[in-house]
Structures are given as structure tokens and as C-alpha cells.
Design a protein around this ligand. Structure first.
Ligand SMILES: [Zn+2]
Ligand SMILES: [Zn+2]
Length: 166
């Protein structure tokens, strides 16, 4: 069965990519290097063979976090996009940068020596929807909606749309 083509990219839309399966080890990595690279508690990553990864807009900027690992990101908005072990024939993309992240569920956790001890307790922490945050001024979310510069979750012919001010 043919795997679907999955698209993704950075927050600003300057860098876009696509992958076709099969997906390899969708995961989260808790190691300290991934925490730092993503500015997050862990890094969600999914692999594909290198020849199943293609850039569809712009180019990755690369930080070599060691001699054997390249981390790709957008130099314009900073979104972490890829992880590549140079000794393998795979490319990993950040699951959160996919246009449909919920479609790729992790099956393994790596780097558990770095796992934040309370990470499993997050489900019990109170939750609010975005616009339920009462610290914001009344028109705060209206202004976000009216001036949203985030690229939509699908490929676009042109971005930003012609005539828009950024
Ligand atoms: Zn960007
Ligand atoms: Zn890691």
C-alpha cells in the first residue's frame, strides 16, 4: 500500500518539506540535546529514508550539534524541522512541524535518562483553551487572528499572500 505524502514546514512558511512513508520509529526524545534544540521538554521526531524526504520551499539552516548529527531549522523563524544522524540513511522531521501532527503517534521514547521527572503528570494539570486565558486584554485574540503570520497547515503556491504586510 502506498504511504501518503505528508507535508510540513516552519511557522513562517519560508521552509517547506514533504515526506512519503514508510514512517520509521515515530518517537519522542527526552535527551538533553533534544530538549535544548527544541526548547521543549522533549523532541517529537519521525524518520523516513533520505530519498523519501524532499524540500518543497526554501532551504534548511543547519546546526551540527555534534560531528555526527545535523539539526535543521528555519533561519527566519527558528522552527526546529529536522534531525539527521549523518551515519544513517534516514532523515527525521519534527512531528510538530508536520501539517497533520496528530496523524503520527509515537511508538517509542528515546533518551529517557533525560526525561523530566514530572512529565507524566501533565495530564492532571488544569487546562484552558487558548481564548480562556483571562490574563489577555479583550481584543488580544482578535488581534492575533487578524494579523496571524503563521503559514497554514497545507502547501501554498505563494507565501505570504501578495500584498500583505508582515
Ligand atoms: Zn520559518
Ligand atoms: Zn535526543
Amino acid at each position: 500500500m502506498a504511504e501518503p505524502r505528508r507535508s510540513g514546514g516552519c511557522q513562517c512558511g519560508a521552509v517547506r518539506y514533504a515526506i512519503t512513508g514508510p514512517l520509521i520509529n515515530p518517537s519522542v526524545c527526552h535527551c538533553r540535546m533534544c530538549q535544548k534544540a527544541f526548547g521543549a521538554f522533549y523532541a517529537p521526531l519521525v524518520g523516513v529514508k533520505l530519498d523519501r524526504f524532499e524540500m518543497t520551499r526554501g532551504a534548511l539552516s543547519i546546526f551540527k550539534s555534534s560531528d555526527v548529527v545535523e539539526r535543521g531549522f528555519c533561519s527566519q523563524c527558528g522552527t526546529p524541522l529536522t534531525f539527521r544522524n549523518l551515519e544513517s540513511d534516514e532523515m527525521n522531521v519534527s512531528i510538530g512541524s508536520l501539517d497533520d501532527p496528530a496523524a503520527v503517534k509515537p511508538i517509542v521514547q528515546y533518551g529517557i535518562e533525560g526525561r523530566i521527572p514530572w512529565i507524566g503528570e501533565l495530564d492532571a494539570v488544569p487546562g484552558l483553551e487558548t481564548e480562556e486565558d483571562t490574563d489577555a486584554t479583550p481584543d488580544h485574540y482578535a488581534r492575533i487572528r487578524a494579523t496571524n503570520h503563521q503559514h497554514p497547515d497545507h502547501d501554498t503556491d505563494r507565501w505570504p499572500p501578495e500584498g500583505t504586510k508582515r
